[in-house]
Design a protein around this ligand. Structure first.
Ligand code: PGA
Length: 253
């Protein structure tokens, strides 16, 4: 079965409820009720309910949270549980984004705890991985990706993996305007799929969608998506305008 492309907007700390509702109205008009790709919007926690309401009649667009805690409840000031996100109707949760790793100290073991909790709850994780420029330039690309996958996906059951999305985002390409060349991105994606095959079997690995992220824009989407192991995109800056994000979704189809 061919993998259906998945394009996700990562809004980071942008757009409160009113902005998000205005975006969604314009975006849904531009998309026009059908899409050959799966589309996901990831607003901030406080914006999720307004986004859900604005998407009530959408046939195309789903919702993701940008993070979650791995425990059900308890004394974790400032955190949000997966059950709370399910109550709002979230379909996906992004975990392990490089900003969470570098600015908020998340490590592969914590990302693994979140992935396990999401699988147990039946919510689909988008697991972000990727190397820094220093790691790439010192020849550690494969060892870093392998560690992030082996530890981050440790003990996950293979039957839940086809619904799990991996986002390969080279840290040096995020928000910098520098995109990995399609050939470099493909090489990293093929390596990720090889490791997924070792961990979960080749048949499962062939079903897992691997998104590329890092300065994706309308002009480079088609070329990236034409690569055999690139199955979508996780888009930051260019997802903030309905026009550019809808173009990315169309160019990915
Ligand atoms: P960018 O961000 O598209 O602005 O580079 C991507 C991301 O951080 O997911």
């Amino acid at each position: 079965m061919p993998r259906k492309p998945i394009i996700a907007a990562n809004w980071k700390m942008h757009k409160g409820p009113a902005d998000a509702a205005a975006f969604i109205e314009e975006f849904e008009n531009l998309i026009g009720g059908s899409s050959s790709v799966e589309i996901v919007l990831s607003p901030t926690f406080v914006t999720l309910p307004a986004a859900k309401a604005a998407l009530a009649n959408s046939e195309t667009t789903q919702l993701a949270a940008q993070n979650c805690h791995f425990e059900d409840k308890g004394a974790f000031t400032g955190e949000i549980s997966i059950g709370m996100l399910q109550e709002i109707g979230v379909d996906y949760v992004i975990i392990g984004h490089s900003e969470r790793r570098t600015l908020f100290g998340e490590d592969d073991a914590m990302i693994n705890a979140k992935a396990k909790a999401l699988h147990a709850a039946g919510v689909k994780p988008i697991v972000c991985i990727g190397e820094t420029l220093e790691e790439r330039e010192s020849g550690q690309l494969e060892s870093v990706l392998r560690r992030q996958l082996e530890v981050g996906l440790k003990e996950l059951s293979a039957d839940k993996m086809p619904a799990t999305v991996i986002a390969y985002e080279p840290v040096w390409a995020i928000g910098t305007g520098k995109t990995a060349s399609p050939a470099d991105a493909q090489q990293a994606h093929a390596f990720v799929r090889k490791v997924l095959g070792e961990l979960f079997g080749e048949e499962v690995a062939a079903q897992i969608r691997i998104q590329y992220g890092g300065s994706v824009k309308p002009a480079n989407t088609a070329e990236l998506m034409a690569q055999p192991d690139i199955d979508g995109a996780l888009v930051g800056g260019a997802s903030l305008e309905p026009g550019s994000f809808s173009e990315i979704c169309k160019n990915a189809g």
